[in-house]
Design a protein around this ligand. Sequence first.
Ligand code: NAD
Length: 249
Amino acid sequence: MSVRQHIVFLTGAGISAESGLCTFRDPDGLWRQVDPLELCTASALHENPEKVLAFYNQRRRELLSARPNEAHRIVAELERIHDVTVITQNVDDLHERAGSREVIHLHGELTKVTSSRSRLNLSCIKDFPLARPILPGDLAADGSQLRPAVLFFDEYPTFVSEQAARLCREADVFVVVGTSLSVGVAPDLVHLARKDVPRYLIDPDDFSGRIPDGFIHLREKAVEGMRLFRKEAENGFPSFTRFMDGKAD
Ligand code: NAD
């Protein structure tokens, strides 16, 4: 397959794990250490801004010292031979720092802040240096408390979910990397990719029953899995061709 394909990646915390950022639901994940409902909700921010902002300032500090890993870099490098869109659940900016040009954040971005009164008000969303903590009393343009521009657990995803759904439906190749597919719209998105296009899953976990039939599961961590996927992309997706041939027998 030498023609340019449109590859759509759906990524989660697992792609950033080898950069040193914690996943959420793994045995050493963040949710084993803290209760998300005490920290990652709009009501928690209202009731205890010091505690919630301290939690996110810690995430922002960790991101400041994290670096994109080889998996992020391979995703970006594939733009040389294919069109690539990244849909990520991650709130980090490691895809962008690795050089990916089209990144859709389903759950917002830690590098940005917004209004706590009206989080989708575009005039209040702005970049905020990771090195600078967001403090109680820091105000948005509408006079309300500044907050990180991430989606809290008690909030609904924005219109980006519809854009993501369209991209998944139209993908020539669809690749899921490092997500447990347990929250938000991600579990639905994997069902939207067409069944007659190459679909890959890169994750060390067992996904029996959690992923539609026909996905080629590269059961590896993100870096090794992306090395294998790069070979697939360079060679016309031979595992998919073998899979389709097997089905025809
Ligand atoms: P999750 O913790 O639910 O699942 C992580 C997945 O990554 C699991 O399937 C696990 O098997 C896999 N994994 C673990 N180590 C891996 C590795 N080295 N390589 C590849 N895969 C690996 O995370 P999720 O599904 O992304 O959950 C979604 C939520 O997590 C989102 O709200 C997202 O914003 C948030 N989150 C983001 C970050 C980040 O921005 N870096 C970090 C933690 C959580």
